[in-house]
Design a protein. Structure first.
Length: 219
């Protein structure tokens, strides 16, 4: 895999609390320079990123209910609608992990389905972050079942704010059981060998704040 091919898997990410417009300018310039698939930014920065990437073949992705997933479903929907208004191309929503852990599957699936219902008519893809570090293997597969049933486009492994990030074994586990469900591996991916390992395990996207390091480490 060459640098250009690997770059098209990467969503170059800047989600720190203290991110400024200058940081987004740097992120977008790097995305253009290396040919990344997209940039992933906080909702407040969607408008900045869309402006900076105007006329570029680079997607703008944003997060909803981030990083805990524990707010009201109505708040997540409103957050998504505002990001859609500002031109977002894809939404990464955090599943209600607490509700899921207590077995309230119908509520979790309904929330995802409602998100899909507002996003898809606008041509916006939906990824669902399940935060694999907090789930058993059985729970990871159950979460993917809900995501599939609700019509979302991707499962995303991690926020990058949990105790652990993406693991190739989790990608393999999900890909083998749900080959039709696309997977975004995120959290702790720092170099090309890690990124390629995730792709070979079945990931369709790589979310990383170290996108430049990943490409420059490709040997």
């Amino acid at each position: 895999m060459n640098a250009r091919e690997l770059a098209r898997y990467i969503e170059h990410t800047e989600l720190r609390a203290f991110t400024t417009r200058k940081d987004i300018e740097k992120l977008c310039e790097e995305a253009k320079r290396y040919g990344f698939y997209g940039v992933c930014v906080n909702p407040y920065r969607v408008r900045d990123a869309k402006e900076l990437l105007k006329n570029e073949n680079i997607k703008v992705i944003s997060v909803v209910g981030f990083p805990l997933g524990a707010t009201f479903p109505e708040v997540k929907i409103q957050e998504a609608l505002m990001a859609i208004h500002d031109g977002v191309d894809e939404i990464d929503m955090v599943m209600n992990i607490g509700a899921f852990k207590e077995g309230n599957y119908s509520e979790v699936e309904r929330e995802i389905r409602e998100m899909v219902g507002v996003a898809h008519p606008q041509g916006v893809k939906v990824k669902v972050i399940i935060e694999t570090c907090y789930l058993t293997d059985e729970e990871k597969l159950k979460a993917c079942e809900l995501i599939k049933n609700a019509g979302a486009d991707f499962v995303k492994t991690s926020t990058g704010f949990g105790k652990e990030g993406a693991k190739a074994r989790d990608i393999k586990l999900i890909h083998q059981k749900f080959p039709e469900l696309k997977i975004k591996a995120a959290g702790g991916i720092k170099n090309a060998s890690q990124a390629i390992e995730m792709i070979e395990a079945g990931a369709s996207r790589i979310g990383a704040s170290r996108g430049v390091d990943i490409i420059e480490s490709l040997s």
